[in-house]
Structure formats: structure tokens, C-alpha cells
Design a protein around this ligand. Structure first.
Ligand code: GDP
Length: 232
């Protein structure tokens, strides 16, 4: 079956005009102000019927548990404990929504982490159903970020996530996390391997984002990408 172009890649000419009017520095500054300004936890959705109204563009964050997703959300929003505040132990299988901007400009969606080695089959199946249905049915979902640990590179569970996004025609960026934990030469190698992986996937962006929440590396660039994606 042919796979549709990710919806965010089907831009209208008028939208392209808007993006090109603004330089990269202005976009980065607007993104910094927005993402470090008002960001509030909205709700956790354990099932699709609890999703918020689709009244703002959404950017979803996915990754294996322990990949550094909470740390990245905190770094992007300039906070110490944004993501943690809402994620109590029983809530790890829920989609967590955060409102950004006053007035509301976009929503960040913290997707449940995957790849627990000992997760019961039932939990994994429930996760798959929730995530797949969300990805397929969410018209306001502009982009997903798939986080990959720099020390490990893409694993089969990440490929499975990427395949779900390909099939749902949701465009996504691959984001390496914890880049400060490895040597520059190893980082170059894992970045190349991740870019090669991206080329195998129809909905993946070709460029790989390299980040360290600990050192602030790549955070300004990723903020700008998140804003540009939300406005695409
Ligand atoms: P999550 O389970 O994906 O939300 O992962 P966390 O954000 O809780 O991070 C998992 C572990 O990795 C924690 O011990 C973090 O302190 C650590 N970590 C996350 N990001 C970075 C980073 O950029 N650099 C380093 N050195 N450690 C990180």
C-alpha cells in the first residue's frame, strides 16, 4: 500500500511565504520566549476519549523509557521539573498534554515511554493501541520527535516507533539525547548511523538533532524547530 506524504510536508504556498520572511535568529528568539514563557500541564489522557479539544497544533515527544525525555522537555521549557510534576508512577501509560503560550500557541504531548524490558504483554498492547490510534486520528499533530540515546543509537523498539509514525503519515525528527556522555568521534558515528536510519523511513526528516539537556547543547535549535513545525 502506498504511504501518504506526512501532512506537514504538504505546505500551502502562502505558508511557505511566512516562514521565509523570518530569519533564523528571529525564529530562535521567538521560540525561546514562547517555550520558556507560559507552559502549563493541561491533562493526562489514558484513553482517546480524554484527549483535549484539537484547538492548537501539537508536537509529540516519544522515546524509550530513560532516554532523557523528561530532561529534554525541561530543558526546552527552561524548567527544572515540568514533566516530572505530572508523571506519577501510575500515569506512565498516558499521553500528557502541556499548553504553551498566552494566548495558547501550541501543545507539547509527552507520549508514554516504551521499551520496558519486563513490561507485561498486556501493557505493551495497550500502549500500542493508544499511541497508534492517537497518531492516526490527530489532525492537529504537526510533528513527532523520536528521542534516541546517543550511547546506544537506534534500536528495534525505536524502529517500531518510527514505523508506526511512517504508517500514520506523521512527520518526525530523530533527536539524539545525552550527547555529553560520549566522545566527539563516537557522537559523529552515531549521528551518521541515525541519519542513515532516517533515510530508511518515509516520514523521517533527513537531519538528525543532537542534544544534551545537561549542557544545553542543541536546545535553542530544537526550540526553533518545534515552533517552525507547529506553525507549518
Ligand atoms: P525519561 O525516562 O526518558 O524521562 O528520562 P529522564 O529525563 O528521567 O533521564 C533519564 C536519566 O538520564 C536521568 O538520570 C537523567 O539525569 C539522565 N539524563 C537525561 N538527559 C541527560 C543529558 O543530556 N546528559 C546526561 N549526562 N544525562 C542525562
Amino acid at each position: 500500500m502506498p504511504i501518504a506524504l506526512p501532512r506537514a510536508m504538504r505546505r500551502q504556498p502562502s505558508e511557505l511565504g511566512r516562514v521565509s520572511e523570518e530569519g533564523p535568529d528571529e525564529l530562535a528568539e521567538r521560540a525561546r520566549k514562547l517555550l520558556t514563557g507560559r507552559v502549563e500541564f493541561l491533562l493526562s489522557a489514558p484513553q482517546l476519549k480524554f484527549l483535549p479539544e484539537p484547538d492548537a497544533p501539537e508536537i509529540a515527544f516519544a522515546g524509550r523509557s530513560n532516554v532523557g525525555k523528561s530532561s529534554l522537555l525541561n530543558a526546552l521549557t527552561g524548567r527544572k521539573s515540568l514533566a516530572r510534576a505530572s508523571v506519577t508512577p501510575g500515569r506512565t501509560q498516558e499521553l500528557n498534554f502541556f499548553d504553551v503560550g498566552e494566548p495558547l500557541a501550541l501543545r507539547l504531548v509527552d507520549m508514554p515511554g516504551y521499551g520496558f524490558a519486563k513490561a507485561p504483554v498486556k501493557v505493551v498492547e495497550r500502549w500500542k493501541m493508544l499511541v497508534r490510534d492517537f497518531l492516526r486520528g490527530r489532525a492537529v499533530l504537526k510533528r513527532a520527535l523520536v528521542l534516541i540515546d546517543s550511547r546506544h543509537g537506534p534500536k528495534d523498539v525505536d524502529r517500531e516507533m518510527m514505523k508506526m509514525l511512517d504508517e500514520a503519515a506523521v512527520g518526525y525528527r530523530l533527536v539524539l539525547t545525552k550527547a555529553d556522555k560520549i566522545k566527539a568521534s563516537d557522537l559523529a558515528a552515531v549521528t551518521a548511523a541515525t541519519a542513515a536510519e532516517a533515510r530508511l523511513h518515509v516520514a523521517a526528516f533527513p537531519e538528525v538533532s543532537v542534544t544534551s539537556s545537561e549542557k544545553g547543547m542543541g536546545i535553542a535549535e530544537l526550540r526553533a524547530a518545534v515552533l517552525a513545525d507547529a506553525e507549518s
